[in-house]
Design a protein around this ligand. Structure first.
Ligand code: ATP
Length: 196
């Protein structure tokens, strides 16, 4: 796959297959094209060349939180429940418990802290239990406990057969990953040394 913004080539050689039951990381420096890659995988952006195939539902957590400040957490959950056609919010509530922010359910999103907004952002991407998870810097703003619990949740989803892709500019916690990919100069390469 390739992508250029006007004449600026950002992705020059990207070929990625996400296996079921794999927790994968993509790292790269600021501006390497990681968000561009996730936008293409999620369909937000059409690549200059190449195609993306999905075999089932996916969840996309964009780098920038897309929330409505005037609505409460519960109203966001209800809105997405309808969009995903879910019978109830039981699974969403489980995720909220894991991320420890169920107490904010009746707060307006505009008054939430950055980390709590991000917890909601992640919950909205996961709550329909998709087969593939595309997560762009999902733990930004998380405190240490939440960060650990996020990784436990990611591992649980992997163990349940989901494909989990986490994008980050930091190659932290690479021992938690099944595969590590590095995006450098527009080319995506498997980082064998760090891959488990
Ligand atoms: N809409 C756009 N129009 C033009 N250039 C863009 C656009 N979006 C991104 N770029 C450029 O493409 C390059 C890759 O950006 P991208 O956001 O994908 O990088 P990233 O690896 O996610 O960076 P970061 O770690 O800082 O989030 C950057 O040089 C950026 O300036």
């Amino acid at each position: 796959m390739r992508h250029a913004y006007r004449r600026r080539a950002v992705l020059r050689g990207v070929d990625l297959r996400l296996r079921p039951g794999a927790l994968c990381g993509v790292v790269g420096e600021n501006g390497a094209g990681k968000s561009t890659l996730l936008k293409i995988l999620s369909g937000e952006l059409r690549p200059t060349r190449g195609t993306v195939h999905h075999t089932g539902a996916f969840g996309y957590c964009p780098q920038h939180v897309v929330l409505n400040d005037a609505l409460t957490v519960r109203q966001h959950l209800e809105f997405f429940r309808k969009a995903y056609r879910l019978p109830d919010l039981r699974y969403a509530e489980e995720i909220m418990d894991v991320l420890d922010f169920a107490g904010y359910v009746d707060e307006r999103v505009g008054v939430l802290s950055g980390g709590t907004r991000q917890k909601l952002n992640v919950t909205l991407a996961l709550m329909h239990d998709p087969r593939v998870l595309l997560l762009d810097e999902p733990y930004q703003g998380f405190d240490w406990d939440t960060y650990q619990r996020f990784w436990d949740l990611a591992a649980r989803l992997r163990d349940a057969g989901r494909s989990v892709l986490v994008v980050s500019h930091l190659a932290y916690d690479t021992e938690r990953l099944d595969e590590l990919w590095r995006l450098d100069d527009g080319v995506l390469r498997r980082d064998e040394a760090a891959s488990a």
